[in-house]
Design a protein around this ligand. Structure first.
Ligand SMILES: [Zn+2]
Length: 202
């Protein structure tokens, strides 16, 4: 999401650092300035390659892009290493874009690219450290299931629902924390069924 980058079933919340947002605001501002300079150059009948103001601004915009990219990569490295080092089994949702697509208006380029990169980092670091990444099936309704009793609440499908009460067991849920607990349980179930399968073969 935008506010939180990742939520773990043990309650750990990795927030999206505030500097992403402030840098994005800055980027948007400088990009607007760049378009104004382009329009001005064209009006004056100058080629963009010969317009010093435009070129200066173009470099400024490119530098902000670079800063965002570097900071984002640093952050993703930090948390992926932390997660892989501290957990033996890591269950993740096997979807990168579903929520983002639904959330198109909110989705920022940063979070979209970050998820793909983050998953790649988790996967190769898990290999380094001998840990297991389990991707839970795309259609597993992680957000809709009550992590307490298993009741499926279809009303939670709507992304606007951030908190809900289970109509069956009356447990109170935070959308993302509940989903992360369900993912954890499902990952363990997948792992157990795999292990049973291997034992039977042996
Ligand atoms: Zn329940």
């Amino acid at each position: 999401g935008l506010k939180d980058f990742a939520i773990l079933s043990d309650g750990t919340v990795y927030k999206n650092p505030k500097f992403f947002r402030s840098l994005e605001t800055k980027l948007a501002k400088e990009q607007r300035k760049l378009s104004r300079r382009k329009i001005q150059a064209l009006k004056d009948g100058r080629k963009l390659s010969e317009s010093k103001n435009y070129q200066k601004q173009r470099i400024k915009v490119a530098n902000i892009h670079e800063t965002i990219k570097n900071k984002r990569t640093d952050y993703l490295h930090k948390i992926s290493t932390e997660i892989v080092k501290n957990h033996d089994i890591i269950g993740i949702e096997d979807l990168l874009v579903k929520n983002m697509m639904l959330n198109r208006k909110l989705a920022k380029s940063i979070s979209e690219v970050s998820w793909a990169e983050f998953r790649t980092m988790l996967e190769y670091k898990a290999k380094w450290y001998g840990k297991e990444i389990i991707a839970v099936a795309r259609n597993f309704p992680s957000s809709q299931l009550c992590s307490g009793c298993g009741y499926q609440n279809k009303a939670v499908k709507n992304l606007a629902v951030r908190k809900w009460e289970c109509p069956e067991c009356h447990a109170h849920h935070d959308r993302d924390t509940n989903a992360s607990i369900n993912l954890n349980q499902e990952a363990l179930r997948i792992l157990t069924s795999r292990t049973v399968g291997t034992t039977e073969l042996a």
